[in-house]
Ligand binder design. Structure first.
Ligand code: PCA
Length: 174
């Protein structure tokens, strides 16, 4: 029998899609005000992989007049921060960079995470208890006073702290 599909031709027609892992700890988590933007296919693809917490402690603070959550790039202080790991495509990564005003407001860095639980069964399942690296939007361009602010281990936009997040759409012009 003749082989119609030459292996080299098959390889050359499959587009290479770069996927990346992103750890979200703030308004992008499920149930938080920016989650829908990450779930909107117009912006790219995002697949939930697992809940996780940072291996190191970090200060997660709420700052600015819009009560924006920031993970300060100061490992070793604050708390082990809880969040969610998503597998995203290049288009979504570029969208998130723009949304997070990276690199001016946040910078995208790799962070070490301890996997807690995931839906399991999927092709990209992460094992509970394992340690993985993912991108995170943290910042090293913060005001010195932010280091004195209360820190949180599990961000809630409308939580008991009373520092309710102001969505971009509701912000008044300066
Ligand atoms: N959104 C990003 C960084 C902080 C924020 O509000 C996140 O959820 O991880």
């Amino acid at each position: 029998m003749k082989c119609l599909f030459h292996p080299q031709i098959i390889v050359s027609v499959i587009p290479v899609v770069h996927m990346a892992k992103v750890f979200v700890y703030g308004t992008l988590k499920e149930g938080q005000p920016n989650y829908f933007k990450m779930m909107d296919h117009k912006n790219g693809q995002a697949e939930f992989l697992a809940h996780a917490r940072t291996v190191d402690r970090y200060p997660l603070v709420i700052a600015t007049k819009h009560n924006i959550p920031f993970l300060l790039d100061v490992p070793g202080t604050g708390q082990r921060v809880h969040g969610e790991i998503y597998r995203v495509d290049q288009q979504m990564l570029e969208f998130l960079d723009k949304l997070k005003k990276c690199p001016r407001l946040y910078q995208r860095r790799l962070i070490r995470l301890e996997v807690q639980d995931g839906p399991g069964g999927g092709e990209h399942t992460l094992e509970s208890g394992s340690c993985v690296e993912a991108f995170v939007y943290s910042t090293d361009t913060y005001e010195p006073e932010w280091l004195q602010k209360p820190t949180y281990e599990n961000y809630e936009a409308y939580g008991d702290h009373g520092l309710h997040f102001v969505c971009r759409e509701d912000r008044r012009p300066e």
